[in-house]
Design a protein around this ligand. Sequence first.
Ligand code: DGL
Length: 357
Amino acid sequence: MKAQTHRIPIVSLTLAVFLAAAPSTWALPRIKVLATGGTIAGAQVTQADAGYKSGTFSVEDLIKAVPQMTNIAVLTGEQVANIGSQTMNHEVWLKLAARVNEALKSPDVDGVVITHGTDTMEETGYFLSLVVKSDKPVVLVGSMRPATAISADGPINLYNAVALAGNPEAKGRGPLVVLNDTIQYARETQKMHTTRMDTFASPNRGIAGMMNTGKAFFYSTNPVRHTTKSEFSIADLTVANLPRVEVVYSYANLGGELIDTLVAQGVKGIVLAGVGDGNSTDAALAALEKAAKQGVAVVRCSRTGAGVVDRNVEVNDDKLGFIAGMELNPQKARILLMLGLTRTQDIKQLQRFFVEY
Ligand code: DGL
């Protein structure tokens, strides 16, 4: 009898303590970290190996390295790949996009963070912009210094990314890139410097906002079509059925031979990384015109890194059968053309994609 009378207050006390502690945990956003490698998971190696190696640490190592993140989110991790992003490829993109869509479909996931090398982060982010089917936050994050470097930037970048992925204000904006306290739209951003921490910039529309130790300040919205409003999807895509699209870099004295070779190899699309306003030599333009007449989709972009390549300015796109790449840099134009060609080969429709996405 005595024992029973004591049990009730102990149970009540336990319950009271539990309830007092629980709501803060329950209220935390649930974030899935999908790891792909990159410098953020890289370690310095011996001098003989020259520098460092991307993709050394696992997703669990990354999460454990920033224990402060448990104060702002409930984290789960998954290793999708562990590569330097210079070797990013269509196979990993399709796998990653499938995992992102799967994760975001779950009511138990509020947002996704993707750890990624910075070399091709903008391409992966733009690919996801076009094929993710959710308005929940998707945040790509990397670092410029490996985890073992002096003043490694990975931990703060990861903390910011997790905070942003759990922030309702980040919903509906399309994939975001976070590094160096800066938020950028994946569609806008590009890597501009080989080594500096402020390597990412959004030269056309500007940055999306700023982070201050987990707090987000948004400056702009993302007006282009993406994610839930995108007409593209990975549903029927495989590595084998993605149309081959190549980029040809323009420079003084470029001939048409490379373009002819690509056409002979059966490419479905060519993106010109043109000089200036998407321009090139007479020989290259003649080869591209010939390619377009044979049914290859030709998109003109600029190698300058900023600006709009609009239709029919210095090059007569109507006459030559070209598509203007508008605001996209050549590497992103390749992605849109590839996905566009899974839908249509009609030049007008393909041009519409470059205006809307
Ligand atoms: N190899 C590069 C990559 O994984 C290193 C650059 C980086 O991750 O920042 O993209």
